[in-house]
Write a protein that binds this ligand. Structure first.
Ligand SMILES: [Zn+2]
Length: 340
């Protein structure tokens, strides 16, 4: 029965406490404080209960530290995919030259392979950052897919909100200027495509609500739930309905803070959703994931990518460049694959 459902993927960006502090410009990140010991058993338990195998995008710096090894190897031991989320988790990665980008990707790869026993085949840029150089490096290193694009019109608003209470100086704000993308990112395709046309690296975008291009990832739904749980779940179900009716196989994104609450005392109080208790969050995550599994067969991004490649065999998945201008190729591409 479940095999009749369309495919969808689920991933968790394993951003650690230090990377939130670092991006936000807060002190104390240099010691790489970690909440993986609290987070990982909780998430693994949640996924095991629902028989889900997903993708965890892990930061190389975390894999390099002994204190995180048990948590990270437990993820791999449960059969989840481990993707590469860069070494230093710097959301301005796309501003670096090719050599530095390659160092970031290679170093993360090596540490992840050592701890998890699997070499990553998928990449998600920190803060949804990507560039032509990043895509070239990934392709050269034999990656199966990239999952760094986030086609939403709301990027600039998220940025404003995120930095409203930060302690960043003008230089630091400038470096973060393009975080979360620009308004133009809202024009990027929602369905998977190949960068540069045939033979290019496969891109699996983080799904936003079809047509409206507003976020549907768990952190956003949790944010809505601070106003009304019913509205939040209704919003998510509407998004899934639109995915079904427009033929989008969604790729849903989770974050650590979807599973951690104010009672976990991990800090990070600048996030509005950190005012909620963990059990309240878990109830909402449970509702949302149950709705997701009702409509779709939920797999890792690696499986999602393999499926896209299989069904698109012989068909060109084309989309020219990293320029998100709304050209005709976008609409052609947006309708061209996964229709079956
Ligand atoms: Zn991240």
């Amino acid at each position: 029965m479940s095999s009749q459902k369309p495919l969808a993927s689920l991933s968790l960006d394993a951003d650690n406490k230090w990377s939130y502090l670092k991006t936000h410009g807060d002190p104390g990140w240099e010691g790489f404080p970690s909440f993986l010991d609290i987070l990982v058993p909780r998430v693994l338990d949640f996924l095991a209960q629902r028989k889900l195998q997903i993708t965890f995008f892990v930061v190389g710096q975390d894999a390099a530290l002994e204190k995180n090894h048990d948590a990270l190897s437990a993820i791999a031991a449960e059969g989840h995919e481990i993707g590469n989320h860069s070494f230093s988790h710097e959301p301005w990665l796309h501003l670096y030259d090719r050599e530095k980008i390659e160092d970031e990707i290679r170093e993360a790869e090596e540490h992840i392979a050592r701890v998890a026993g699997q070499r990553p085949v998928g990449f998600r840029g920190p803060g949804f950052s990507f560039s032509d150089a990043t895509l070239e490096v990934l392709q050269k290193r034999g990656y199966l897919y990239d999952a760094s694009t986030f086609p939403t019109y709301l990027g600039p608003l998220s940025r404003l909100y995120y930095f409203l209470n930060s302690h960043l100086n003008a230089d630091e704000l400038e470096r973060r200027r393009s975080l979360f993308g620009s308004f133009r990112d809202g024009f990027r395709p929602l369905k998977p495509y190949r960068w540069g046309g045939k033979g290019g690296l496969l891109e699996i975008p983080v799904t936003t609500m079809p047509i409206f291009r507003i976020p549907i990832h768990l952190s956003y739904v949790l944010y809505l739930s601070t106003f009304s749980t019913a509205v939040a779940v209704g919003y998510f179900r509407t998004a899934l309905g639109l995915c079904r009716s427009t033929g989008v196989s969604p790729s849903l994104l989770l974050h650590p803070l979807d599973f951690l609450g104010e009672d976990d005392k991990v800090g990070l109080d600048f996030f509005p959703a950190m005012k909620l208790r963990a059990d309240k969050k878990l109830r909402l995550v449970d509702d949302v994931i149950a709705a997701y599994c009702e409509e779709f067969q939920v797999v890792s991004l690696r499986e999602h990518a393999r499926h896209v490649i299989e069904v698109s065999h012989g068909k060109a998945l084309e989309y020219g460049s990293s320029d998100p201008a709304p050209t005709a190729s976008v609409s052609v591409n947006a309708e061209s694959e996964l229709e079956h």
